[in-house]
Design a protein around this ligand. Structure first.
Ligand SMILES: Cc1ncc(COP(=O)(O)O)c(C=O)c1O
Length: 206
């Protein structure tokens, strides 16, 4: 059996639980980062093949993790980058609506704010514990709703949303379902091919 524990640390005799804040880099990752830095120091040793091979392999690996084909994966430097890329890639009309959840993680909300100057309206669901979120989304969707965006796993409470239920409601209403997977991808299984998610964006350092 693989000894995963040996790949992490040292933790100076302590136990690190706050991976929702910072995931500890495993030693194999630390080693390849050292090699990559050494190559940047001496770029004449960096082969063209290595230059292309690393992102290609990363796309294949991430594709395996979330059950997507490599050409569906876009590499960026953060969750916010991915969300901005999406927002800038869609065509917006005055009066379009984006549906969000009040109190959601700031990075899930703030990039959408830029659209307000283009006449796009942000609508917020005020969560009511007595009503399931898919039902609340269904009630809040209008003919102008283009996108629903929320966070899969809450970074403070660990609460995980029912992505099948939410995605189902979005699909039925022709609304693009954008999911922030930052606290979940890599920790929990997720299958973007067999779940009704249109866009999954995630940071990679948790
Ligand atoms: C839910 C969630 N989304 C996103 C992020 C990070 O976003 P970004 O990669 O844009 O810095 C975090 C970091 O704590 C997070 O907890």
């Amino acid at each position: 059996m693989t000894n995963w524990r040996a790949d992490f640390g040292p933790f100076d005799g302590q136990v690190w639980l706050n991976c929702a804040h910072q995931g500890p880099l495993p030693k194999p990752a630390v080693n390849v980062i050292k090699e990559a830095t050494a190559l940047k120091q001496a770029p004449h040793r960096l082969s063209d093949q290595a230059f292309w091979d690393v992102p290609d392999r990363l796309k294949r690996t991430l594709g395996t993790l979330v059950n997507a084909s490599p050409d569906e994966i876009v590499l960026g430097n953060s969750f916010s980058y991915g969300l901005h890329l999406l927002i800038r890639g869609l065509n917006w009309n005055v009066g379009d609506e984006v549906l969000l959840v009040e109190g959601d993680f700031p990075a899930t909300i703030l990039p959408w704010r830029l659209l307000e100057e283009q006449g796009v309206r942000l609508q917020f669901i005020d969560q009511d514990a007595a009503i399931e979120l898919p039902q609340q989304i269904s009630d809040a969707i209008t003919a102008q709703t283009r996108v629903f965006c929320t966070t899969w796993v809450d970074s403070f409470t660990g609460r995980r949303l029912d992505i099948n239920g939410i995605g189902g409601v979005c699909n039925e209403n022709d609304v693009i379902f954008v999911l922030n997977g930052s606290q979940g991808v890599g920790a929990r299984p997720i299958d973007v091919t067999n779940t009704p998610i249109d866009v999954l964006a995630s940071c990679g350092y948790k």
